[in-house]
Design a protein around this ligand. Structure first.
Ligand code: DWN
Ligand code: SAH
Length: 406
């Protein structure tokens, strides 16, 4: 039993992935012996409905000066964040004379660059020094720290309150969400807006995309659980907008209670969550069974291809792939190497299973018969540029929403 990180109700895990390495813990052979593992247990809180990890590595183990994920590796995501910024500017900043925007988890500046280019006062809060330095070199104001209630007070003292507080794919990474919510409460102007997006629990359950569960993802959010958290800080969700990014995400728009009208979409989405059973423990027992089925099918498919002597290569050394590889027992004899465009991952080995990670040219210079699409959330972008692979007779192996060859 562990206490829910949001409402303190004692909760039991509904699923154990066993010992897991860090999702982004790409490593060298000299580091294999000291590789870090933790128990990956997932629980559902029957009171606030938050789905969460029951144990997690310390934040400094995950976010540091050698953080392996650079947001700029996807051109599709760069476009997505340009549109996000445009929405913020048009809908929430036009009434302010000298608007100020804060982004938590700003990484290499993929979103804030749009505010910087528009001459809007901004501040990124990004603890992983190597990615933050990319942003700083591009002229994006960034502090290399973990956001917290204490940091929020400092930011207000130095810059005044913010018109908008933004976060993409980071809120769900933070176990100490009470400190974050407290900080946002202090930081936001009376009519300021909090906008954040994260992978959506409804999509994960519907698509059996269990690979969204790994050390960095403390939570899988729903409108219900997020509404519960922010209500404790006198804030409310005023709108929700589903997103296609990261395999299905939800954007939450939140303000101080009473500051803005609440869209009908918020209530409608809550009703949908009830209809999907996202408030019931049985849903997660069913989810676990679907994960087990998916695991069996993927392993069988890969073993079958190996028996036929086919070459299979992984595409995208994603954090998500660490869960798939280690949960399904995918070994280097089933997947020869993983192709990835991120320099810091290349020449290293995947966490846990130690499959080599190679540069993209290794993939193109000698196409395999099959590519296992670990970066499935970027499918459209990848398909658009990989026509030569298909023309060479190559096929894609996918596992979300179902295991198969396409
Ligand atoms: O939540 C998180 C999201 C935003 O990013 C973080 N916790 C960590 C990370 O998760 P991920 O590693 O699962 O993210 P992606 O965006 O699915 O990673 C894609 C990987 O694939 C990157 O390493 C880059 C690589 N890639 C590639 O080799 N060729 C990506 C594209 C689009 C490509 O064409
Ligand atoms: N927003 C980017 C990056 C997401 S990866 C995108 O959507 O592509 C998550 C990022 O959050 C990492 O860069 C990590 O260093 C950062 N992070 C983790 N904990 C944080 C905290 N407490 N405050 C601010 N950033 C944090």
């Amino acid at each position: 039993m562990k206490d829910c990180l949001i409402c303190k109700t004692p909760i039991e895990p509904f699923m154990s992935f066993g010992k897991m390495p860090l999702g982004n813990g790409f490593l060298l052979p000299s580091e294999f012996e000291q590789e870090y593992f933790y128990e990956m247990l997932v629980g559902f809180c029957p009171v606030c409905n938050m789905v969460q990890l029951l144990e997690q590595p310390d934040r400094e183990r995950m976010f540091h000066e050698n953080y392996a994920f650079f947001s700029g590796t996807s051109s599709f995501m760069a476009k997505h964040f340009a549109l996000f910024a445009q929405d913020v500017i048009q809908d929430y900043l036009t009434g302010s004379t000298d608007p100020f925007v804060v982004e938590m988890g700003s990484n290499d500046g993929i979103m804030l660059q749009n505010f910087a280019q528009a001459g809007i006062r901004h501040l990124g809060v990004e603890p992983s020094r190597n990615v933050a330095e990319v942003a700083i070199a591009r002229g994006i104001r960034t502090v290399t720290e973990f956001f917290s209630a204490d940091l929020a007070s400092k930011i207000v003292a130095e810059n005044g309150q913010a018109d908008a507080f933004l976060a993409a794919n980071v809120m769900c990474h933070i176990p100490y969400l009470h400190s974050i919510a407290e900080g946002i409460k202090v930081l936001l102007k009376p009519n300021g807006v909090l906008m954040f997006e994260d992978p959506y629990l409804g999509d994960v359950v519907e698509k059996t995309s269990y690979d969204q569960i790994y050390d960095e993802h403390t939570f899988l959010f729903s409108v219900t659980s997020i509404g519960y958290l922010f209500a404790q800080y006198g804030m409310e969700i005023v709108d929700v907008v589903p997103q296609h990014t990261h395999g299905g995400s939800m954007r939450y728009i939140i303000s101080h209670k009473g500051a803005r009208p609440v869209s009908e979409r918020v209530h409608a989405q809550r009703q949908k969550e009830i209809a999907m059973g996202l408030n019931r423990p049985e849903t997660f027992d069913q989810f676990r069974q679907s994960c087990e089925t998916s695991r069996g099918q993927l392993k069988q498919l890969l073993e079958g291809l190996k028996a036929e002597g086919k070459r299979v290569v992984g595409y995208g050394a994603t954090s998500k792939s660490t869960t798939v590889i280690n949960y399904c027992g995918i070994t280097p004899d089933l997947v020869e190497f993983i192709s990835d465009t991120t320099p810091i991952k290349q020449g290293k080995y995947s966490p846990g299973a130690h499959i080599p990670v190679m540069g993209y040219e290794k993939f193109t210079e000698n196409y395999p018969e099959y590519a296992l699409l670990f970066a499935w959330n970027h499918k459209d972008e990848i398909m658009a540029k990989e026509s030569a692979f298909i023309q060479s007779g190559g096929r894609w192996i996918v596992y979300v929403p179902a295991v198969g060859i396409v």
